[in-house]
Design a binder for this molecule. Structure first.
Ligand code: 5GP
Length: 193
């Protein structure tokens, strides 16, 4: 289907796998015409995060009000915090002709894949670490969270690995630039369909 509406690009993968670094690189390629879907979350901001750039940081009450108002394309509870993609925000970007990146975890990805089965509109990429040990090291090095949260994120990662078959593509992030190149090619192929 060749309308001017932008596509939905799901980029998923366990916490710490390097989704952020990959997405930063993808944005340097202006020919992909990308926009980032800024999610809502009830998590506390990390010290380097900027409100409205990284996330819309909201209270649980505000988040649940939006759920009631049906403003989420998908949402989930991930380690005791809510995360969700705003439908109106994404639709506006698509109308403006952008291909919209949804950087979301596996449960949210399942919801979007189910609701947008048409590959001409939505495709999904799962990013894998080269090994679980490498992922563990990356999460621990980030050192921005308590021991309990780190353990919870590692357990979540194991669950996410099991769901990798739900995605259209699986890319291993061993050498950042190689993963970026592979994903650029996937995106280029799919947005020009
Ligand atoms: P973090 O707390 O590390 O920023 O995010 C935790 C996980 O939630 C990551 O895997 C991240 O990609 C995912 N995430 C971020 N925003 C959303 C969202 O709007 N919906 C869903 N389902 N997951 C999200």
């Amino acid at each position: 289907m060749s309308d001017s509406k932008g596509k939905l690009i799901i980029i998923s993968g366990p916490s710490g796998v390097g989704k952020g670094a990959i997405i930063n690189e993808l944005f340097k390629d202006k020919s992909l015409n990308l926009a980032y879907s800024v999610s809502y979350t009830t998590r506390q901001p990390r010290n380097y995060e900027i409100p409205e750039i990284n996330y819309f940081f909201v209270t649980k009450e505000e988040f649940l009000k939006r759920v009631k108002e049906n403003d989420f394309l998908e949402y989930t509870n991930f380690i005791d915090n809510y995360y969700g993609t705003s439908k109106s925000y994404v639709e506006q970007l698509q109308k403006d002709g952008y291909n919209v990146i949804l950087e979301i975890e596996a449960d949210g990805a399942s919801q979007v894949i189910k609701n947008y089965p048409d590959k001409a509109h939505c495709f999904s990429i799962f990013i894998m670490p080269p090994s679980f040990e490498v992922l563990e090291q990356r999460i621990r090095l980030r050192a921005s969270e308590s021991k309990e949260i780190i353990e919870a994120r590692l357990n979540k990662a194991k669950e996410e690995f099991e769901l990798q078959s739900q995605y259209d593509y699986v890319v291993v992030n061993d050498i950042l630039q190689d993963a970026v190149t592979e994903i650029q090619e996937i995106i280029r192929k799919n947005i020009n369909k």
